[in-house]
Write a protein that binds this ligand. Structure first.
Ligand code: SAM
Length: 221
């Protein structure tokens, strides 16, 4: 059963090859893998040098595909570590013929492998897993360990735009941005969707359950 699903998934991923960079899995140690550059030629892929906006943990891709459709002058890259989920984002983008979006089936831990220093304008963290247990703290996508990496690939003045439904993760993230030298440009504890933004799958789900949405805009100083 598992094998059958895998084979099918591989075929589907293959058919999205023009909008997917398949992660290099030769080095299983993500820390050392991250430091072996295999920079992606974004200008070659998008055939222009428009700014790069990156979504980390894009899930089924509603946010990134809609943002790409609404912003033709921006190139969107989305990463997602679970290919079984990412396939939905890929197929959505293919079906809609969106040209300014590209995906990598990689984990945030290896981002510096694919992105040159100072090459990204904005990073979106939409409803990243809050991982409340103390033992998983270092895996939270706003832990200083990750912010150091994001800081490297962001341009000066580049932004991280984060939304979450989790108050503790929001507080942890605020502290983490400040510790890591980011400035807080905006913070909001009852965010209502603003013009130019797109509601994500999880955002809709949490709002339907009556949860408040927290949002932070952090700037690389
Ligand atoms: C709660 S879902 C949110 C999905 C989507 N952004 C949304 O708002 O609907 C979090 C997603 O992040 C992905 N993810 C978690 N840790 C990750 C990591 N270290 N690197 C890349 N993706 C990750 C998960 O696989 C999952 O699809």
């Amino acid at each position: 059963m598992r094998m059958h699903r895998k084979a099918h998934l591989d075929e589907r991923l293959l058919s999205c090859g023009d909008i997917l960079t398949v992660a290099d899995m030769t080095d299983k140690n993500m820390r050392t893998a991250a430091e072996k550059p295999a920079y992606i030629d974004w200008e070659g892929i998008f055939k222009n040098n428009n700014p790069i906006n990156l979504e980390i943990g894009c899930g089924k891709g509603k946010f990134v595909t809609e943002m790409a459709k609404n912003n033709n002058n921006v190139n969107f890259v989305a990463i997602e570590k679970i290919s079984n989920v990412l396939i939905e984002a890929l197929e959505r983008a293919k079906a809609e013929g969106i040209e300014n979006v590209h995906f990598i089936n990689c984990a945030a831990e290896v981002l510096p492998k694919y992105f040159k220093e100072g090459s990204v304008e904005k990073i979106y963290l939409n409803f990243s897993n809050p991982l409340p247990k103390e033992g998983y703290k270092k895996q939270r996508l706003t832990h200083p360990k990750f912010l150091e990496m994001y800081g490297r690939i962001l341009k000066d003045g580049g932004k991280i735009i984060q939304k979450t439904d989790d108050r503790d993760f929001y507080a942890f993230s605020l502290e983490s941005y400040l510790k890591s030298g980011f400035e807080i440009e905006e913070r909001c504890e009852d965010y209502q969707l603003a013009a130019g933004d797109v509601e994500t799958e999880h955002e809709r789900l949490f709002k339907e359950r009556g949860k408040k949405i927290f949002r932070i805009v952090a700037v690389k100083a």
